[in-house]
Design a protein around this ligand. Sequence first.
Ligand code: NDP
Length: 339
Amino acid sequence: MTLVNQQIQLASRPQGEPGADNFRLVELPVPALADGQVLVKNHYLSLDPYMRGRMNDGKSYAQPQPLDTVMIGGTVGEVVDSRHPGFVPGDKVVGMGGWQLYTVVDAAQPGLLRKVDTTHVPLSAYLGAVGMPGVTAWYGLTQIIAPKAGETVVVSAASGAVGSAVGQLAKARGCRVVGIAGGADKCGYVVDELGFDACVDYKAQPDAQALLAALQTAAPAGVDGYFENVGGAILDAVMAQMNAFGRIAFCGMISGYNGEPIPMRAPQLILTQRLKLQGFIVSEHMQLWPEALKELGTAVATGRLKYRESVAQGLAAAPEAFLGLLKGRNFGKQLVRLA
Ligand code: NDP
């Protein structure tokens, strides 16, 4: 019997804010496996802000997503058929399966498919705290901010997949940790459940002055390290509170992903405060992933690294869930349950 796959393709490129009409759900047969290939039934799809950039046709660090092909995306699932000696049905795996129910993977190609152990870490966590977002947090914090105990570290999009890990990893290194997040629920969560020292609800601040004042209250000794996920007015506020020789890891600038201009209000602070600003792309540092994943996996397995998930049900729900992620409607790592 031929298995039927469902996949979501990029149907058109958005002008500004994307909409559901940029995506198309199609059905097609699962092809027979060739030698060296593995068939994976995807259990969870990861939705990530970087996908917005891939929908554009412009110059970036990565190639645009081609039109009329399955949307790129990280997945975890189970091997259901294998013509590769390294994989057998039942193996739990993580890979870039895309927005679809089944993926045929050339398992002989190194790095495309990785077996994971779900004894102590739930399968879905390999897309979040013990996956790409966790490693992103680990890299920006340890390799760029490199905080010392007693320093103050601020992170924006603090309740999200990356931000929540940044704060907890910084706490574990003896820092004062301040989150910035949208809404009282998200702020309450990062302080009460994740153990951040304070959180600024940027949506509750009427203007830039109020945002800065709230940040000054939350970080009275100034900011030594800032993990930037958002850009715009939030970056301006944190820049104004940076201590001399502070470090800013530029991880994401989600407030500008639909093409909104996000100028930096006071770049002279880079000079006067002798700041170090560095952008990074986590997939360019694969040599450090094993070290990062070891720390993250152990911390999750022992309950020291907590995380939260927003789970949409079924492939057809993926476009709306993705659009919601770009508007802050997710609360924690955004996933889609496929099986
Ligand atoms: P999150 O789980 O944090 O979800 C995105 C969050 O961004 C939303 O929940 C929302 O939180 C916030 N947000 C959305 N729109 C805006 C806006 N206009 N202004 C301010 N905040 C907004 O996502 P991730 O943890 O997966 O990603 C966090 C950041 O890290 C992103 O910028 C992403 O692009 C980046 N990233 C970069 C990588 C790299 O290699 N450089 C790798 C992985 C991620 P709230 O409600 O609190 O505003």
